[in-house]
Each structure stands twice: as structure tokens, then as C-alpha cells.
Design a protein around this ligand. Structure first.
Ligand SMILES: NC(=O)c1ccc[n+]([C@@H]2O[C@H](COP(=O)([O-])OP(=O)(O)OC[C@H]3O[C@@H](n4cnc5c(N)ncnc54)[C@H](O)[C@@H]3O)[C@@H](O)[C@H]2O)c1
Length: 248
């Protein structure tokens, strides 16, 4: 079988999370080298051991809000693997309180990680991609940023709406350098993030899907693989809904 990302090099933020890790697995399966970026050395080391990809996998720990940390991760891609072709921004947090309970600290954290963190990762990766004549940036937004879906929280919906605007702007700005910029807007995916919701909310969510199940991280990983592949070279500024038909 032909490998769709052979010899490509990818940086994935939130790389030990459910979706980030699944994207890493799929990219490795498709022949890419991967740099995983996330908080905390221990989880990164454990994930690297499980993925067992040898010298095709590197890990860098840091905070996605910190430009120096992301520049270190982008430099690791170039220095250890020779280049940086693909950035996927998976780092994210969810705090889903109604507005009267949502503190300024909640707001700052969610906007900081989800929106500022996405900007910072793009800012670190873009110069390297520009210098090498092209690249693929794939941001991860959410159905919550598309529709203001109930229960995700004003902070989360605003952060993901911001990611969508950022994606569309960067597609226009970076297209001239051969860099495509697209976003995947996942619906509800089974895993750690959704485990924070009460079971009755999850049941209600499944009831709103055209395809009556929660998404799997692999559903997102396959979409990311397509957007990162040569087959998607003329797609940019696009927000790809991968949500089983959850449009509320
Ligand atoms: N799970 C869902 O249902 C769902 C739906 C729509 C969108 N999304 C988005 O997909 C992305 C991945 O979600 P997931 O389900 O894998 O969640 P997850 O909680 O499993 O993974 C998120 C990862 O981000 C990392 N992270 C958090 N703050 C960070 C920081 N400051 N610096 C670096 N890393 C940080 C966490 O350590 C974690 O590994 C997120 O952006 C999320 O908002 C998820």
C-alpha cells in the first residue's frame, strides 16, 4: 500500500491527547516523522514508548502559549528530521460553565490555550515552512465554534470561533508561499475531553447526530491525513466538519 505522508515531517501540539495521539499514529503509519508537543515530560515519554517509532518520533514538552517553547519544537523538527512540512494544532482545553459561573480565570485559560496557543504554533511553524517553499497547517476547531453548540461554554465557543477566523486569514496570507491552512471542526469525540460532561449530556449529544454514535479520534486522524497529503494540495481556507452530522 502506498504511504500517503512518506518522508514528510509533522509537528503535533497536544500530541499526547486522544486526538493528537491518534493523528500521530496515523501519520507514522503513513510514513511521516513526527514531533509530539505537549505539557509534561512523563506523559510524552510514555506515549513515545507506546508508539515505538524509533528515530521517526521526537518529543518536546512545553506550554502552547509560549512562543519560545513552540520555536524549540519547530527547530527540533528541522534539526532532527530535516524539515517541517505539517503542523497540526490539537492542544486544547474545555471549561463548560454558564456565563454567570465562568470566571475571568476560566476565560483567560481557555482563550489562552485554544486560541492564543493555535496562533503561537502557527507563528513558530510558518517561517520554516515559508523558507522551505511550502507546508500544511491544520488547526483543530470544533462544532462548538461553528454553531455555539449548547453546553460547551462561551469561552470554548469563542476560542474555537477565533481559530476558524485565524485559519481563514492565514490561508490568504500564506497561500503565496505554498502553505495551505485548513481547520477540522470535530463533533463530539469519545475520550478524556468528553468524559468531563455529565452522562446525560453525552446521551443527548449522540441523539443529535445523523450517524448515531460518538466520533472516534481515528475519524479525525483520517481527515487530518487527507488534508496533509498531496491529494489536498488545492484545498485551503476550508473548515472541514467531521461530526457525524451534529449541527447544533
Ligand atoms: N474531544 C472532543 O469531543 C472534541 C470536539 C471538538 C474539538 N475538540 C478539540 O480537539 C483538540 C484535541 O482534543 P482531545 O479530545 O484530544 O482532548 P485531550 O484533552 O485528550 O487532549 C488535549 C491535549 O492538549 C494538551 N494541552 C492542554 N493545555 C496545553 C498547553 N497549555 N500546552 C500544551 N499542551 C496543552 C493536553 O495536555 C492534552 O494532551 C482540542 O483542541 C479540542 O478542543 C475535541
Amino acid at each position: 500500500m502506498q504511504m500517503r505522508l512518506k518522508d514528510k515531517v509533522a509537528l503535533i501540539t497536544g500530541g499526547v491527547g486522544d486526538i493528537g495521539r491518534s493523528i500521530a499514529e496515523e501519520f507514522l503509519r503513513q510514513g511521516a516523522a513526527v514531533v509530539l508537543f505537549d505539557l509534561g515530560d512523563e506523559l510524552l515519554a510514555a506515549t513515545a514508548a507506546e508508539l515505538a517509532a524509533g528515530d521517526r518520533l521526537s518529543v518536546v514538552s512545553g506550554d502552547v502559549r509560549n512562543l519560545t517553547d513552540l520555536e524549540k519544537a519547530a527547530a527540533t523538527a528541522r534539526e532532527r528530521h530535516g524539515r517541517l512540512d505539517i503542523l497540526v494544532t490539537c492542544a486544547g482545553v474545555l471549561e463548560h460553565m454558564p456565563i454567570d459561573k465562568l470566571s475571568m480565570a476560566n476565560w483567560d485559560r481557555v482563550i489562552g490555550v485554544n486560541l492564543t496557543g493555535t496562533f503561537v504554533a502557527c507563528k513558530a511553524a510558518a517561517p520554516i515552512m515559508k523558507a522551505s517553499g511550502g507546508g500544511r497547517i491544520i488547526t483543530i476547531s470544533s462544532v462548538g465554534g461553528r454553531t455555539g453548540r449548547p453546553h460547551v461554554g462561551a469561552d470554548y465557543a469563542a476560542s474555537k470561533g477565533g481559530v476558524i477566523g485565524l485559519t481563514m486569514l492565514l490561508a490568504k496570507e500564506l497561500g503565496q508561499y505554498g502553505i495551505t491552512v485548513n481547520s477540522i471542526a470535530p463533533g463530539p469525540i469519545g475520550g478524556r475531553m468528553l468524559d468531563q460532561l455529565p452522562p446525560e449530556n453525552i446521551k443527548a449529544l449522540i441523539g443529535t447526530a445523523c450517524i448515531g454514535r460518538l466520533g472516534r479520534p481515528l475519524d479525525i486522524a483520517r481527515a487530518a491525513t487527507f488534508l496533509a497529503s498531496d491529494e489536498a494540495e488545492w484545498i485551503t481556507g476550508e473548515i472541514l466538519d467531521v461530526n457525524g452530522g451534529v449541527y447544533i
